[in-house]
Design a protein around this ligand. Structure first.
Ligand code: FES
Length: 267
């Protein structure tokens, strides 16, 4: 069956599917711009790679650098990881997994990339019918995003504490490459968390009249700040994912003896 009457999304040429003579089905599409599948495939590779890596990393029990004051974010908080005999990292990453897994941006990413539901604008879905959105398990869990946010907010000072510890070794000031990476990781994770859509709603998005509510001026200021960050939420989501990855990989490479941490120690 030929699909007619729709414009080629993104091409700006206004050609119709009928012109192209495309058919329905997985390969039927109304767009002829650059490979539309490149983005979903990239997301599958990168996001899937991170998921596999983080599960592997959190079950190996290697969270602390041996000769440097570094702790992987996958093993933070350290006091929690130290009290769990098996797979300590897995418990530590429960909140981050819940936060990212229910994130509005990541939902779009995995709906498109992993579920092809649909994989892109003007590209048909793999399946038709039976879609119940987030009213049925397991997607209904996405409705708990706000609660995951509460947990994620707590993680920021915890990771900031780890980063502060990265400035000290044996009671002396320590400035290493890993210190900088850990600090950067906290900044990027804070950007990701503070740009959350749920947080934006919480601080002011639900208010129709700021001058009519208590602390309206403060809430308006907070809402504006979160809104500025929120514009770049997808970017925060990706760069913070890479920074978490980078800190853990850095700790592992140090422990494996691949190189020595470039640092200054002030005695
Ligand atoms: S919407 Fe992405 S973290 Fe809340």
């Amino acid at each position: 069956m030929t699909v007619r009457g729709a414009e080629v999304a993104g091409s700006g040429k206004g050609a119709s599917a009928g012109d192209a003579g495309v058919t329905t089905g997985v390969l039927a599409r109304l767009r002829r711009d650059a490979p539309w599948w490149l983005l979903p495939v990239t997301v599958v590779v990168v996001l899937g790679g991170f998921i596999v890596y983080s599960i592997w990393a959190s079950t190996t029990g290697v969270g602390e650098a041996r000769n440097a004051p570094y702790l992987s974010p996958l093993y933070s908080p350290g006091w929690l990881a130290n009290h769990i005999p098996v797979f300590p990292g897995l418990l530590c990453i429960l909140v981050p997994i819940a936060f990212r897994g229910t994130c509005y941006y990541y939902r779009k990413a995995y709906h498109r990339s992993f579920l092809w539901d649909p994989p892109g604008c003007a590209v048909p879905e793999l399946r038709h019918g039976g879609y119940r959105g987030e009213t049925a398990f397991p997607l209904s869990l996405n409705n708990l995003h706000r609660f995951a946010l509460y947990g994620a907010v707590v993680y920021i000072p915890i990771l900031a504490f780890d980063a502060a510890n990265a400035f000290s070794l044996g009671g002396h000031l320590y400035l290493g490459l890993g210190t900088a990476i850990m600090v950067l990781n906290v900044v990027l994770l804070a950007g990701y968390t503070l740009s959350c859509h749920s947080l934006r709603h919480l601080v002011g998005g639900s208010v129709d009249c700021f001058s009519c509510v208590r602390f309206g001026r403060q809430r308006y200021g907070a809402w504006r700040g979160v809104t500025r960050l929120n514009v770049f939420h997808p970017t925060w989501a990706w760069v913070s994912l890479f920074s978490v990855w980078a800190v853990d990989a850095y700790v592992r490479m140090l422990n494996a003896g691949w190189f020595t941490d470039p640092h200054l120690l002030f005695r």
